[in-house]
Write a protein that binds this ligand. Sequence first.
Ligand code: 9D3
Length: 250
Amino acid sequence: MRVDILTIFPEMIQAVVGCSILKRAQDKGALTLAVWNIRDFARDRHRSTDDYPYGGGAGMVMKPEPAFEAAETAMAAEPGRRPHVILTTPQGRRLDQDVVRGLAQRDWLMILCGHYEGVDERIREHLVDDEISIGDYVLTGGELPALIILDAVTRLQPDVLGSEESVVEESFSEDGLLEYPHYTRPAEFRGWNVPGVLLSGHHGEVSRWRRRESLRRTLKRRPDLLERAKLSAEDARMLVELKEEHDEHD
Ligand code: 9D3
């Protein structure tokens, strides 16, 4: 997959993409990343990327010319192909794993990092295909959202994750529940013991315990996920028991 990121803070992107799985994915050739400084495409004496809003009001607006010229220069690298162009903005559709899976199918993404109070509407209308928010809280700009999108789509590319990590992705997307509690050695730590069933060697009992704890945790913390989860008849029975337990403790 190719990803181009257009930003007024390229250092912020470079600081992250040289690390960890994103670095490994680039070294392996699973990810080709290009970071473009929008300011390099500003033509005026002050190299401005923003300007006052027509009609007045507070805040600045991202100018169209530098953003379009940065995007067109990046697109010229691959004539005959067009990227899926994303704007990171609080007004976008909310990122979740379904959105990530859809974006991960594309072979070329271009992410324009939103900034200032907003972008000139002509950028939205004539350059951008898709607008994405990472959640309902206020950040200082679209760079961290761009990195989050990049991280999430990169880990779904073939051969980026190790076999153990990819199993986790499968199980999350398969059933849509929160994970069960994990333990490792020692079996006793400061008087706190690992649940006996995990030491028992009874694989059937371990599986049932984990499934129950996944359901318990999802019911308590994210009941919204249960509506979309893939539940077996046994899961449904466990849920009834867990709800009864919950009610007894009221
Ligand atoms: C006064 C209205 N503000 C919107 C809540 C203006 C505004 C605040 C902060 C406009 C942009 C920003 C900077 N944030 C982003 O560019 C951004 C973002 C975010 O703040 N939260 C979640 N997802 C995203 S994606 C881009």
